[in-house]
Design a protein around this ligand. Sequence first.
Ligand code: HEC
Ligand code: HEC
Length: 374
Amino acid sequence: MKFSALLLLLCSILFLAVSCEDEELILASGDLLDIAYNPTPYEMIQPTGFPMMAIPADNPMTQEGFELGRRLFYDVRLSKDNSMSCATCHLPELSFTDATAFSTGIDGEMTRRSSMSLVNVGYTATGLFWDGRVQTLEEQALQPVTDPIELINTWDVVEEMMKTDAEYPAMFRRAFGIEDTSEVDSLLAAKAIAQFERALVSSNSKYDKWVLERDFSYEYTDSESRGQEMFFDLGSIPGGSGVKDAECFHCHGSALLTEGNFFNNGLDEYPTLEDYEDKGAGEVTGNIADYGKFRSPTLRNIELTAPYMHDGRFQTLEEVIEHYSSGVHFATNLDPDLRAPLNLTEGEKEDLINFLKTLTDTEFTENPAFQNPF
Ligand code: HEC
Ligand code: HEC
């Protein structure tokens, strides 16, 4: 190659580099400013009997943030091979679980525990996951993308995808007021996903209508009422009906149907607490007394979220009730409320299950606003 030709080549490479840089300069100087930033507050309902949801001051709920979060939640481009999204393991029709004991990630490996329902997840104040290891939905939302079993991607790749997408930059602008595409990042994406998740409020079950709102058109059948009395130990209070106490409300109580705390509910028997294969909350606290304890999850939509427990060991509600009736194993940290076997009759088991089914809310699972936007 002649010297002049080489010079020409060098010049053009240099020119290209400079013009590329120029382009970034232009991007970094407000390419989104033409789009209006005027977010609409997201109207959070305050259902009867529910506590206030704690919403972080630096991530207020907006309609635009919710819409962006929904799109990200269902976007398969969050995974390395564009095959899976959050919704693959959290399906709306199953109250955002996936009907398997363990979920399969994009490379065919199994998650260590069972996928969790995201119903009313915004109310969880005691730490997320079965063991409570993560405190906020914002923090949690960053994890599945880079998880080595779940989506096996990097945020660099996902950020690049979002920046070059036809719609995301404008959506980030409308939700968060960023001024140019270069500001699109994982932290804002996580905030948007958290907003979508906080909106996943279920409060239209028969339980809400009858027990919390006293709407007579949803009055319980006799069996459902007996189940409710068993669940909340109402039969044994003075003047009560005398039905057996089932003790459930101690751990699955309140309008949320969970107290959000961590318990050993007697699933396994081991010689000592140190022998628990999955140490659950103990893995997080490091305290032996917490080995084998897991978060008592909400029982809302429980009819839709089989299989049950952190390892999906029970296929049906009948099996769960059988566990509490006669299958509780001893452990030194077994909760005192589970120490005496309930020995339920067939009729009592049926009543409890009929009550549990009043916690189903299909208005929630079928809400068009929560479905896949793609
Ligand atoms: C491969 C399946 C899979 C994918 C993909 C997945 N999850 Fe999960 N998710 C799980 C499993 C399994 C758990 C329970 C893990 C545990 O407790 O150790 C869980 C738990 C959660 C929880 C905790 C719920 C609670 O009540 O504490 C949240 C929130 C959540 N996932 C949100 C997401 C979001 C957001 C995404 C996408 C960014 C996502 N998940 C992607 C399987 C998945
Ligand atoms: C001492 C506290 C405690 C009591 C009492 C209790 N549970 Fe639980 N429950 C738990 C814990 C903790 C878990 C999760 C355990 C795990 O997965 O390791 C759980 C899990 C469940 C699940 C499965 C949830 C899911 O999403 O997989 C159901 C259903 C359930 N309990 C129903 C009941 C019923 C009905 C009663 C009363 C007969 C009851 N529980 C009494 C603590 C309790």
